[in-house]
Design a binder for this molecule. Sequence first.
Ligand code: AMP
Ligand code: ZN
Length: 667
Amino acid sequence: MQDIRKKINFLRNELHNHNHRYYVEDNPILTDLEFDLMLKELEELEAENPQFFDPNSPTQRVGGSITKSFKSSSHRYPMYSLSNTYTKDEIIKWEERILKILGNDITISFSCELKFDGASINLTYKEGELVKALTRGDGLKGDEITENIKTIKTIPLRLKGEYPKFFEVRGEIILPIKDFNKMNMQRAELGEALYSNPRNTASGSLKLQDSSQVARRPLKCFIYSVVGDELNLYDQSEVLKKAREWGFKVPNSAKLVDSIDKVFDFVKYWDSERGKLDYEIDGVVIKVNSLNHQDKLGYTAKSPRWAIAYKYKAEQAATILQGVHFQVGRTGAVTPVARLKPVLISGTLVKRASLHNSDQIEKLQLRLGDTVFVEKGGEIIPKITGVKESERGDLIDKLKFISNCPECNFPLFREKGEAQHYCKNENACPPQKIGKIQHFISRKAMDIEGLGGETVAMFYHAGLISNIVDLYKIKKEQILPLEGMAEKSANNIINAISKSVEKPFSKVLFALGIRYVGETVAKKLAKSYNSIDNLISASKENLTNTNEIGEKIAQSIIDYFSIQDNLKLVKSLQSFGLKMKTLNNHNYNHPEFYNKRFVISGIFDAFSREEIKNEIEKLGGILVTSISSKTDYLVAGKGIGPSKEIKAKSQNIPILSEKDFNNLKSS
Ligand code: AMP
Ligand code: ZN
């Protein structure tokens, strides 16, 4: 027993360290596979020895807990705001106020830091273990989001080195811009409304009820302060250094300077460099470095006197709202787009801005002719952030959201609790019909070379195609007369279309454009159900029991196949030879492999794990992940977890080395 406990502790320590190396230092020494194997081994040992449960074990980072409503809890030390300024003048005045309190003969140094733009968080550590995470809330009380916070890998669950017995750290949870854009691209692909900016997405993510969902969001945490009664720390630059030593992520952009002029240098430097950061900042924070001085300066009702934020102005301009049009997307989502008098913002001419949805129009009470403020942040499309009250358009020109689809006149629908309006006339609304075909031919779907989105629209408007099946009926003679078509391009298109029938089932499934069925989900479904017929006859319960298929996706699949036209469409595609089944490329069914259940563990010399898995499937074997009485073989490579081995032996399951495996194949 003692040995198992030791082993568990050893693995936890190792994994905490490797996690830190990977996420905080960006300097891993293990391969992902090695890390995963170690984690798996720990998972197994913990499952078999529940008496050694530890809420801060590295295995707890995957999440899984569901919080219906977050408990509100008081901050031990209030979380103040920062006083803000946009001018150098006020920073000079701030220094004067400080000197007045501390005495004019004192030299002050300043810690200059970036003001990370995310959601603030307060983390409590007791004996080096994370015990609580609170949002800022109103500064006095916040929400307990500990389980969600544990999934963020830049936050240590257990600290390194020597630390105070009890203390709290404060930091900002951010979502890197690149990851934000990636999330939005995936949402666009699924036809879901886009997130508006990284900050809101980060703070929204923290309040998700399912912590395993939070685990999937690429959030990071940057620490900027430490609070407590017995810290034995003397200045802010030391605070940052210590926090880093304890295992927190503290960007090394902070700089200690000894004059206000140098503060201004820092401000200026980051104003021009901030675009190069992979996360958003909205300014810099200047703090009196000495904690002793900070104590003397104290707080106003709202903010510390020892710190001030200098905010960068968002790239903004005022211009006139000339019109609005309503765009209907592939999924029927209706987005209002403002037409603006062209204006230059950070070097680009802006003519349009997104108004997101009807709530936004209502909120701003927009009228045609209004002078509006337009901002260009990290997002791709600029947005309208406000109206200049002194230059309003006529009341009579107040913008109204439409009630019918601008493309097909179908009444628009708005789901309860959702901001977006939809045209649900999906099989007859032109942009939705064209969008579906464009999605079908796109690179990640059927990848029909030579056929682009615009050509599809042209074919549609020429009356040659009205759905995806029509693509397979097109004749060369029909497209040749169209603008820009030459013999060669027409040939290429026809050939590419007829070749596309070879694409695997998972691609076809994705290409159908079922709502919420993205590329990954399509692959999962193809693998679990093997054929479209199985999928069509799957019940909702069936679907939700499939790994990673949730309620929303399941319902969408059921809805899709309950429409007769869609079933007909699938049948027609099938008649043109498109693959509606996962082909099993068994070479043959090897008698020692056919229908036998294999568990793989460890690393192999001549094969990657993927290769060995493919090999087994090719020969007719079945792969399972955990050992049970039904397992026929355990294939054991290097570094296999001892628990697996013990389990296999106790159940008399043959253990194959890599060599045994090869022998079995050639038997
Ligand atoms: P504000 O919300 O404008 O009052 O600004 C205060 C917030 O700025 C704090 O609650 C923090 O979440 C955030 N912040 C970001 N970076 C820093 C930093 N380096 N030091 C202090 N606060 C920061
Ligand atoms: Zn419509």
